[in-house]
Write a protein that binds this ligand. Structure first.
Ligand SMILES: Nc1nc2c(ncn2[C@@H]2O[C@H](COP(=O)(O)OP(=O)(O)OP(=O)(O)O)[C@@H](O)[C@H]2O)c(=O)[nH]1
Ligand SMILES: [Mg+2]
Length: 360
């Protein structure tokens, strides 16, 4: 699960990366073309795992994880490096698009002006053009193919590609198209940028965070027009907070009456963005959260733990986390008849505590 941080140069991507991963990657205060990519694996905070750990006192606790990649700024100044950057974004499963909202005399902006709506449109157009180029090339190839031999599959694919081209030419993202399962499947290999799940992050100052100004409003409106609900973060402040130890951070947040750190907000939003849920396993050895694409059945979920479980699947013993908390113990849950035996096709729900029965 790889999420790419993308945006214009100097928008605060590396600061957000540092805040999310508690890393100390080099941020910049001058414009420069670089190739450096930072990557980090992050634990997804989960209060359920914290609670289950206190109950089961396992030898080991394992949280779900997501990978963040901090990609250099997308810049048209040197077109070759822009296409390389877009290529790095293309291999991510989802995109976190960072837009600068904060004003600063010291930090340069590539267009010498902080204009979030214009910046966001520029980024959108970069993505659209990049996908359009791929679609156009494919259309040309298909047309040639059809001229040589009449292949019905090629004609069908051409029709789909024409539909994609029309969408992109209308300045719309491919994610706005309603496509069938088969069509989605046939497009998977292209890794179109405008088809990826996208989280919009507005990097603002503390003041803008508490009192939205025109820049924040323009950003929010532009996001909404494209169907996104953005999140605001003050990367500079959050980076400082995340440099504190977890204990110091808790004290700090409490003092300022902040319910959840930007870091936790960002990570949970990212997890949701990927349409992931967690199922849980418990025991003396390990308490663990397992990330799972929402809608996955018990059979496939077992396979995430071990291929043997998938192969020899018998049943899944399922207890909902909230039932466990309410009854206080597995024995209590069972006595209340709240432990269920589910078959292969059962669709796993977020917070299911599962014990797989299998035989190989
Ligand atoms: N005032 C202010 N400065 C910020 C904020 N976020 C980031 N900065 C500063 O802006 C500069 C650029 O931040 P980076 O995180 O390096 O930006 P970037 O998007 O990774 O930049 P490139 O990798 O060069 O594209 C640094 O000097 C940061 O300290 C913010 O919210 N407020
Ligand atoms: Mg950077």
């Amino acid at each position: 699960m790889k999420i790419g941080l993308a945006g214009l140069p100097m928008s605060g991507k590396t600061s957000i990366f540092n805040m999310a991963t508690r890393a100390k990657a080099q941020t910049r205060d001058y414009l420069a073309q670089t190739d450096e990519i930072n990557s980090g694996i992050i634990k997804v905070p989960d209060a359920r795992i914290d609670h289950l750990t206190t109950v089961f006192k396992p030898k080991k606790t394992t949280f779900a994880t997501v990978e963040f990649t901090d990609i250099p700024g997308i810049s048209n100044v040197e077109s070759k490096s822009a296409s390389k950057t877009l290529g790095n974004i293309r291999i991510c499963e989802a995109i976190m698009l960072v837009v600068r909202l904060f004003e600063s005399e010291e930090i340069p902006h590539i267009h010498n002006k902080v204009d979030p709506a214009a910046d966001l449109e520029e980024l959108c157009l970069e993505f659209i053009f990049s996908d359009l180029e791929m679609v156009t090339n494919k259309i040309e190839r298909l047309q040639k193919e059809i001229r040589v031999v009449k292949k019905p599959e090629a004609a069908k694919e051409l029709e789909l590609m024409e539909q994609l081209r029309k969408t992109l030419e209308d300045n719309k993202f491919l994610s706005t198209l309603e496509l069938s399962e088969d069509q989605l499947q046939s497009l998977r290999g292209y890794r179109f940028l405008t088809q990826k799940p996208m989280l919009l992050v507005g990097n603002c100052s503390d003041t803008q965070f508490t009192t939205p100004d025109d820049k924040v409003k323009a950003f929010t409106t532009t996001c909404r027009e494209r169907g996104w609900s953005p999140m605001l973060i003050s990367a500079a402040t959050e980076m400082e907070i995340s440099a504190l130890s977890p204990e110091e951070e808790a004290i700090f947040l409490e003092e300022y009456g902040i319910k959840e750190s930007g870091r936790n907000r960002l990570i949970s939003e990212a997890y949701k963005l990927l349409n992931y849920i967690s199922f849980l396993t418990v025991g003396e050895d390990e308490v663990r959260a397992w990330p799972l694409q929402s809608g996955t059945n018990a059979h496939k979920a077992g396979g995430k733990i071990h291929s043997d479980i998938e192969r020899g699947f018998i049943r899944a013993e399922v207890v909902a986390y909230k039932d466990f908390v309410e009854k206080g113990s597995m024995a209590g849950v069972k006595a209340a008849g709240l432990a269920r035996l589910e078959g292969k096709e059962y669709v796993v729900q977020d917070g299911d505590i599962i014990n797989f029965r299998f035989n190989v």
